[in-house]
Ligand binder design. Sequence first.
Ligand SMILES: C[S@@+](CC[C@H](N)C(=O)[O-])C[C@H]1O[C@@H](n2cnc3c(N)ncnc32)[C@H](O)[C@@H]1O
Length: 293
Amino acid sequence: MRVLELFSGLGGWRCALRDRGRVAAAYDVSEAANATYALNHGDFPRARELAAVPLHELAACGADTWLMSPPCQPFCRMGNHQGLEDRRSRAFRHLMDLFSQAPPDHLVLENVGGFLGSDAHALLSRHIKAHGMHQVDIQACPSHFGLPNQRPRVFIVASRKPLKVLSQPDLPPRPLADFLDAVEDEGLYLRAEAHTRHYQGLDLVEPGDHRSACFIGGYGRRFVGSGSFLKTEHGVRRFSPSEVARLLGLPEGFRFPGTLSLEARYRLLGNGLSIPVAAWALDHLRPRQAADG
Ligand SMILES: C[S@@+](CC[C@H](N)C(=O)[O-])C[C@H]1O[C@@H](n2cnc3c(N)ncnc32)[C@H](O)[C@@H]1O
């Protein structure tokens, strides 16, 4: 696969790709995301507004596969549910225009559950069908892949080749203790005031637990509904960015630019992909024997 990584963020699709192919070009408008991507993967994504990228520019990359994670807020449980009407869907709409003119051989799109049945899902499915391509819609959560983290997501997989839905692994989640930093950052502990104010609403977990809630982009600022908090003998603290990165299955040693604030690190991670789940979605594009074996 020669891949266009669209809305590339910190490069989750590139991590999931491994030996399945290589990235011809990545695109993201965020400076923080692109600096993090470059630090970890060596290449700088194109800092371009995808709502205006011309077809000839994408075609010049010579990619046969589009991997994309468009903004999920228009489809989120807590979002406005405006789908294609939301201004954050402009780039997706534009990419759908380009897709209808010159579709790649394969496409995988990742998003939240609310994408299924949305107007954006219908638009994409219409284009896939119009080009005689095959499509499977799959759903998975890292908690079935050995990771103690909830992050249910949908993947729309399209290809010129016939597709078959692969069974999901059913690995029991490991304990959170396996994902914690060797040395705790004491600055992550909640101060007395925040602790008293938010304690009732916090999703509390302990190192021996085998679960954590989905970490969202606002985890660095919000307390309730943004991810789990860890209860230890010293108090209650946030998970560190490197712990969240491990829970997403990012490689050990995944780094952030030193200048990036804690909040910005959580924002990038909260937008990210669960790597083993994305890799499983990509396996749907492999030749049948390779995926089955
Ligand atoms: C859901 S995140 C994708 C995360 C990515 N899959 C990862 O592994 O980190 C969406 C990304 O799209 C970028 N983005 C949003 N709108 C964009 C646009 N119009 N043009 C280019 N990039 C955009 C954001 O900066 C963000 O990094």
